[in-house]
Design a protein around this ligand. Sequence first.
Ligand SMILES: C[S@@+](CC[C@H](N)C(=O)[O-])C[C@H]1O[C@@H](n2cnc3c(N)ncnc32)[C@H](O)[C@@H]1O
Length: 252
Amino acid sequence: MIEELIEWARLDCLPAAQRMGLRREAAALTVRHRRLRAHWASHLQETRTAMLASARQALASAAPPRTAFLMGAGQLHDVPLDALLPLFERIDLVDICFGPAARTAARRYPDRVRCVMLDVSGVLDQPLMDPHGAVFQPPGKAWCASVNLLSQLPLAPCAAQLARGMDEQDVERYGRAIQDAHIDALNKADHAFLVIEYAQTAEGRPDEILLPGLPERLASSGWHAGAAWHWPLHPPGERATVSGRIMQSWTR
Ligand SMILES: C[S@@+](CC[C@H](N)C(=O)[O-])C[C@H]1O[C@@H](n2cnc3c(N)ncnc32)[C@H](O)[C@@H]1O
């Protein structure tokens, strides 16, 4: 608890996101990262490796991007910043919440790394707006990466709608629309990278597909599947059931 409070105090957060509890979430995530470091290390490394492969692929294209726009990168737990810096003229770290590591990087490379405080869903301050109208459109010419963000995007907005009394099925539709709008926005960029939580794993149970039909939709709109890996999200001792996620990286 005290550890989370200390982390909370170290964060800069968009007021609309803080009102929705996302500053508290970010502090809790940082503490979990520390506590589960050994269990989560391979997931973080797989994300970094997949990002780097995607960036290099974009740079080898006929119209290579000069800048990178990394969404969900406010804590830098899973971003290979040092390896990306030589590849791009400028890197924008985009998040609703920034920790000390991201702020230090921006101070260290003042012309090359920026912390861009932004709600990419667009709905945190506009809960009544259609997610497709509210979504932030990332810069089309940059290499645009969504870093372990897709599954997080609907959580706080959906919880807020439930608390306002929205019907559960409508909340589910709303959450899917937030995710679809984010993917549609990435589809408009020349070069993009995305990590999805493909399935949930739980001890003694069959895997549960979390985003049915999404891999097929990505494949049919120009995305290519990259590496897949298992993230032991709740390792033994954390909760009653040991569970995790099968992650998939995608590039287009
Ligand atoms: C689960 S974390 C992903 C892992 C993260 N890349 C890291 O380094 O730990 C999701 C990230 O997305 C950010 N985020 C959540 N909702 C967002 C939104 N609407 N716009 C921008 N960033 C958001 C969170 O603050 C958090 O940093």
